[in-house]
Design a protein around this ligand. Structure first.
Ligand SMILES: [Zn+2]
Length: 276
């Protein structure tokens, strides 16, 4: 994979104090449920169905209405994505996404239990507060490779884009994908070279002001079809990495770093509350 390091643009945001406090114990509880109680949860499996129920219940407890997108996988199994929306004070909107599914035999504590747990916690944090942009919280059902169908990936984001197109993409400012946010030495925000966006700039500036070592990288596409990018949406991938246990049975909760999860939580919270 080719990496190009970019300089940080001159863009300033004011760091907001007095934001709600992220609850790491809650995040850990979610990861424990996903990785230990449930474990591997390939798209369309019984385990994935259990997780979808769990997340739906949590989202409902937080006071959200949610909708499902139901679709068939290439192997004909049924799959589901959960969507919940929190209205902002402007007409602008962003998508925050994480994926529920894992590859087979992988407990998926980091990939992507960490992203799912952070997303749920962000959904909890914003409730009852004014935020500048509306937020689509998306728990994607099928982002990993489906075995036997190695050509494609990202079935659920492709489905979601179709659904969102009917709502209109006009006010959508971009997509932040939280995938693998609890393990690794490098904190990075990835953007594909064909995608024009300033979300990355803003994330890096906010991170800088918070003294978080976030690196901005522009990468080549790693799959033939990348639905959010292909729809012309500003799309960024926020992650810690590399994860030596990626897609293995060793992707377990004891590898997850509290400090790394908290860096993502506080960065995302600051971003949500301060950036139009
Ligand atoms: Zn992933």
């Amino acid at each position: 994979m080719l990496f190009f390091l970019f300089t940080i643009p001159d863009w300033s945001a004011e760091i907001k104090k007095d934001l709600p406090k992220p609850d790491y114990e809650q995040v850990q509880k979610t990861i424990r449920y996903l990785a230990e109680e449930i474990g591997p949860r390939p798209a369309g499996s019984e385990h994935a169905t259990q997780v979808i129920q769990y997340i739906s219940d949590k989202i409902k407890q937080l006071g959200y209405n949610y909708t499902y997108q139901d679709y068939k996988l290439p192997d004909n199994r049924n799959c589901r994505t959960i969507h919940a929306y929190y209205a902002g004070t402007s007409q602008h909107e962003i998508i925050l996404a994480a994926h529920i599914d894992t590859v087979p035999e992988c407990p998926g504590a980091n990939d992507d239990g960490s992203g799912v747990a952070v997303l749920l916690e962000l959904a909890r944090i914003v409730r009852g507060h004014h935020v500048p942009v509306g937020i689509h919280f998306i728990f994607l059902g099928a982002e990993e490779m489906i075995s036997g169908y190695d050509e494609g990936r990202f079935y659920s984001s492709a489905q979601y884009i179709e659904y969102q197109k009917n709502l209109g993409l006009d006010f959508l400012n971009g997509v932040i994908i939280l995938d693998k946010v609890g393990v690794g030495e490098i904190f990075q925000v990835l953007q594909m070279d064909s995608t024009k966006n300033n979300l990355t700039d803003k994330l890096v500036v906010v991170a800088n002001q918070m003294k978080l070592p976030l690196e901005r990288r522009v990468v080549k596409r790693w799959q033939p079809s990348m639905p959010f990018e292909d729809a012309g949406l500003a799309t960024v991938w926020l992650e810690w990495g590399p994860d030596p246990n990626l897609h293995s049975s060793k992707d377990t909760i004891n590898k997850i770093s509290r400090k790394k999860i908290e860096s993502v939580l506080t960065l995302m919270e600051q971003f949500i509350f301060s950036v139009p």
